[in-house]
Design a protein around this ligand. Structure first.
Ligand code: ZN
Length: 275
């Protein structure tokens, strides 16, 4: 037989010797918090050399969330919380965007053209199969296992943002973002705003939406799990001391929220949908 059933051979994005598309840290962690880090890495698979040559875009916030992985690992250790990190740059495929959205595989990111991302549908599918789905399936498996063990679970989606955006002053040191479920966001805002000198955004500079986000709507809201997206301004995460201070602050805030008796139980799917 000379022809196969598919029109073109499957594109291989990740070579067997390259790092996996996700990492799970402390999967049996005892905390009720489960940490997600969608933009943990600025790695690019060798099969995408044009993208890999965009050194500046990869180094900056366009390529990843600077400091977010280090902060997430430290917070995971402090809380004894499971953590799932993505393995490749958001420029390969953004793990916090619905597939097919304009920013999923951006041809322009923050005004910077990304020529390596002018690709056809087959390559977009291949990138999703290689990098997007394995990461999200790992999260789903972790959450399913916790549900089966009847463990209480709250989702903390960990991000960092750039202090410099043309045309926008960004006074916030951190931001608490949410969509339909404010159960965690409200007490996090309260806790962080109690800290002297901290300016904390309430759903700004971004907000969580179903069209613009994937993780919170899918792993949090659709499952009825309390969920929040925490953004730390990246200049606060450039040193070991900065990372440690934020990890301690967030760990203390989360412990205080748990101790305060806020209801962090899962909602039924109906209640979650109506929220
Ligand atoms: Zn991010």
């Amino acid at each position: 037989m000379s022809s196969s059933s598919s029109a073109s051979p499957a594109l291989r994005i990740l070579a067997p010797d390259e790092p996996p598309a996700f990492e799970v840290v402390n999967p049996e962690g005892r905390s009720s918090a489960v940490l997600l880090c969608d933009h943990a890495s600025n790695a690019v698979p060798r099969s995408l050399p044009e993208l890999g040559r965009q050194h500046e875009a990869l180094r900056e916030h366009t390529g990843w969330d600077i400091g977010a992985a280090r902060l997430s690992r430290r917070l995971s250790a402090l809380l004894d919380a499971p953590l799932v990190l993505s393995g490749y740059s958001r420029l390969v495929i953004d793990c916090n965007r619905p597939l097919g959205s304009p920013t999923s595989i951006p041809e322009i990111s923050c005004g910077v053209p990304i020529p390596g991302n002018t690709i056809d549908a087959a390559e977009a599918r291949a990138r999703a199969d290689a990098c997007f789905w394995p990461y999200h399936r790992a999260i789903t498996a972790l959450l399913d296992a916790r549900r089966d063990r009847r463990e209480r679970t709250a989702i903390l989606s960990m991000h960092s943002f750039t202090p410099a955006m043309p045309g926008q002053d960004r006074p916030w040191h951190a931001a608490v973002l949410y969509g339909r479920d404010r159960r965690l966001a409200a007490p996090f805002l309260e806790a962080l705003r109690r800290e002297p000198g901290l300016c904390v955004g309430d759903n700004e500079p971004y907000r969580v939406t179903e069209g613009g986000d994937y993780g919170i709507p899918t792993h949090g809201e659709a499952r009825g799990l309390p969920c929040v997206l925490l953004e730390i301004r990246q200049d606060g995460l450039l040193t070991d001391e900065g990372v440690e201070a934020w990890a301690q602050r967030l760990a203390a805030s989360y412990r205080a929220i748990e101790a305060s008796g806020v209801d962090l139980s899962a909602l039924s799917p109906d209640a979650a949908a109506g929220r």
